[in-house]
Design a protein around this ligand. Structure first.
Ligand code: MG
Length: 366
């Protein structure tokens, strides 16, 4: 089962709902996605596997789209002729670090393996627990009136859970949060600072919101700051940007952090996501599996990894194919009821039509 051909595409995916605004003045307008196709031969049988990765701009994680494209020729050369089963090792033996640049290749290998096994990936990752994974939408930092209107719109579109972006001036953040609560009092809320607060800012926000129910997400930039804050936050805390390695996960668990968000690209692909997810589950933590960007291909991967996470410890995920104005695959089930359901076909379970892309940036092999 060796990789015989590697093709890479670039797809720009504008956001359907306007700019995405994070703390610190960070704004992004779309995903700049790297799509990878691997052709794998097993005797006379030939299958394709697809993978996708997009960073969220250049200031969210230490990752950028041009970096992924720059690494792609090196990784392509290493993978051609190599066994698909050991793709994660081959990638790590070829390039130290740069996990996001490897993610689409690793995802494509898993799609191919699932197709060869004739099983949907969630069957290989522990089996489906439940019908689907709760979807959330993010409300970017804006005026309280705008945030309330966006919250109502998402609620009407069936999203049961809302993530309110905070992490700026605590007073302004508080006004935005209270406007969202007033607009949709029954929504389950996460307040995500994306690491924008000092520990002092976070304490001010926490002190001013003791009457509200929400989960606090990534209050400060560093793991150390978040863990110093942990004993002073009398509410669930989940970490996202700070969870990059297994050591980060263990340190967070030991300090009483309640949950983690694993982003496929941040940790280097489906292989590493599964390992961190399973360890977090074994540690008794809440787990969200999602990613930093993409469309149908990436959403399918999130769907399989999420539904195979035990339901009692699964938080939520995102439907990126609905965030953007372009598509790159067909076959994702309906998200009615605010649930992301996994495709049932083998591998990622979606069909990708390469004609939707511009000519490939790499096409090597046969
Ligand atoms: Mg987050």
């Amino acid at each position: 089962m060796r990789i015989t051909r590697v093709t890479c595409y670039r797809q720009y995916q504008p956001f359907a709902d306007g700019p995405y605004v994070l703390s610190g003045g960070r704004v992004d307008h779309g995903f700049d996605s790297l799509v990878v196709r691997l052709v794998v031969r097993d005797g006379s049988r030939v299958v394709e596997g697809w993978g996708e990765m997009s960073p969220l701009g250049v200031m969210y994680d230490p990752a950028f789209a041009e970096g992924a494209r720059a690494a792609a020729p090196l990784l392509t050369t290493a993978l051609l002729g190599s066994p698909v089963a050991s793709v994660a090792r081959t990638l790590d033996d070829t390039l130290k670090g740069h996990p996001y640049a490897k993610s689409a290749f690793d995802m494509a290998a898993w799609d191919a393996v699932g197709r060869l096994a004739d099983l949907p990936l969630h069957e290989l990752f522990g089996g489906a627990d439940g019908e689907g994974t709760t979807l959330y939408r993010s409300i970017g930092r804006a005026s309280p009136e705008v945030m309330a209107a966006i919250a109502l719109d998402y609620r009407e579109r069936g999203y049961r859970r809302l993530q309110v972006k905070v992490g700026g001036d605590p007073s302004a953040d508080l006004a935005g949060l209270r406007a969202v609560v007033a607009a949709v009092p029954d929504a389950q809320l996460y307040c995500d600072a994306n690491g924008g607060w000092s520990t002092g800012d976070a304490r001010r926000f926490l002190a001013a919101t003791t009457d509200l129910t929400y989960v606090l997400e990534q209050p400060c930039a560093t793991l150390r700051e978040c863990l110093l804050l942990r004993p002073h936050a009398a509410r669930p805390m989940v970490l996202d940007e700070s969870i990059v390695t297994m050591a980060d996960l263990l340190q967070a668990a030991d300090a009483g952090v309640d949950g983690i968000t694993v982003k496929i690209a941040r940790v280097g692909g489906v292989t590493a996501t599964r390992l961190i997810r399973d360890t977090a589950v074994a540690l008794g933590m809440q787990v969200t599996v999602e990613d930093t960007g993409g469309a149908d291909i990436d959403t399918a991967a999130m769907a399989h990894l999420s539904i195979s996470t035990p339901a009692a410890q699964r938080a939520h995920t995102v439907d990126f194919h609905h965030w953007v104005t372009v598509r790159n695959g067909t076959g994702l089930p309906s998200t009615d009821g605010g649930l992301l359901r996994p495709p049932t076909g083998p591998g990622l379970g979606i069909d990708v039509d390469p004609t939707v892309f511009d000519p490939p940036i790499i096409d090597e092999g046969e």
